[in-house]
Design a protein around this ligand. Structure first.
Ligand code: F6R
Length: 365
């Protein structure tokens, strides 16, 4: 049921404050200001030396964000792979290390094969899945469920942000267990997580502005997405979302990589979406934007009020996100990224919920 929405994707984008809130309530004890895993983990984070994260597509970008979180908050090294590479590369896993798998459907063939491989290597297997009865859920040692509810649109939206909520909670739990975070650190991070649903609702209020912007984007042949830190995986996600539903070619890059190649593409026909909350690397991203502007590139800047004030460049459009700490910003910035892809596809007149050549669940490799 699409409720009053034109597409399932629109409904699912708008449902995010609610379902991310449900997921939050499952992983966080609000009264105690602590994260609480709903199941007992069969390992001690202090015994883990390395984590591998494996997934496909959008789920792999959730894993990429989680790599930044786990390394920062728990000081645990994380290796990230797409499942089709991991399974055939035969990556060496140490017995007792932790292998994390992320999948909305829990049926993705490559991710399932990667899980079986990790199990055979003696790794602890933990999966973040949306469908609790799925094969990946059944075969994993530990299951952390996302409470996104059924996702019908082929392009993943609410499953992605719910995956991020679970992975953020897990990273805080790992940091706490390893003594990298104090009780006070944990309480502060939990406050940050509790704010997310409200901040996502605020982010949804940019929709009219984005709808207008989508008419511009729909005229482009190519779009570049740039970000640093956790905004880099979000740039990859933005590009994937745009290409899969609007069929406009898009690429996501780490902003610092711009001058190592993609800058050659920039001219007045190339919109560049810059995802840049005001954080430690903001000034670096501003210099990348100056490089784009100097070549006539049209900049669409997604930032907060502070970033908008500090960015000394002429952007085509600035989409102002609510003020928040930088750590969990990807969950909130995912909203305008999804809306931009959605409205561009609507302008293009494509089949938003069932894009050509794509299936919701990829059960063959
Ligand atoms: C993109 C998208 C795909 C899936 C990928 C993994 O919008 O939906 O990239 O994320 O096929 O699917 P799951 O999460 O079911 O393993």
């Amino acid at each position: 049921d699409k409720a009053n929405y034109r597409h399932f994707m629109a409904k699912e984008i708008h449902e995010q404050p609610e379902v991310v809130g449900h997921t939050l309530a499952r992983y966080v004890d609000l009264a105690a200001e602590r994260v609480t895993m709903p199941v007992k983990l069969p390992f001690d984070f202090n015994d883990i030396q390395r984590i591998s994260i494996t997934a496909c597509g959008t789920a792999s970008y959730a894993g990429f964000v989680a790599k930044y979180w786990l390394e920062k908050l728990a000081r645990l090294p994380v290796e990230l792979d797409v499942a089709s590479e991991f399974r055939y590369r035969e990556a060496p896993l140490r017995k007792g290390d932790l292998a994390i798998f992320i999948s909305q459907s829990g049926e993705t063939a490559d991710t399932l094969a990667a899980l079986r491989y990790a199990k055979a290597q003696g790794a602890h297997t933990l999966s973040v899945v949306n469908v609790p009865t799925s094969t990946i859920a059944r075969e994993s040692e530990t299951v952390l469920q996302t409470l996104a509810g059924p996702e019908i649109g082929v392009a993943s939206t609410k499953a992605f942000t719910c995956q991020l909520m679970v992975l953020a909670s897990l990273a805080v739990a790992a940091g706490k267990a390893r003594g990298e975070l104090s009780d006070a650190d944990e309480a502060k991070l939990v406050h940050g997580l509790v704010e997310i649903p409200r901040l996502m609702s605020e982010a949804l209020t940019t929709e009219l502005q984005i709808e207008k912007l989508a008419r511009e984007i729909s005229k482009s042949r190519d779009v570049l997405y740039l970000g640093r830190g956790t905004s880099y995986p979000l740039a990859l996600e933005g590009a994937l979302k745009l290409k899969e539903i609007s069929y406009i070619h898009a690429e996501g890059y780490a902003a610092g990589e711009l001058k190592h190649g993609p800058i050659a593409l920039i001219d007045e026909h190339m919109p560049v979406v810059v995802i840049a909350p005001y954080d430690k690397v903001f000034e670096k991203t501003v210099s990348n934007m100056q490089e784009v502007a100097a070549r006539g590139g049209k900049i669409i800047l997604m930032t907060d009020a502070k970033g908008a004030a500090e960015a000394t460049i002429q952007s085509l459009v600035t989409i102002v996100m609510p003020d928040m700490g930088a750590t969990f910003a990807p969950m909130v910035y995912a909203v305008p990224v999804q809306l931009l892809a959605y409205h561009t596809a609507v302008v293009m007149g494509t089949d938003v919920d069932q894009p050509r050549n794509l299936a919701k669940s990829v059960t063959v490799e």
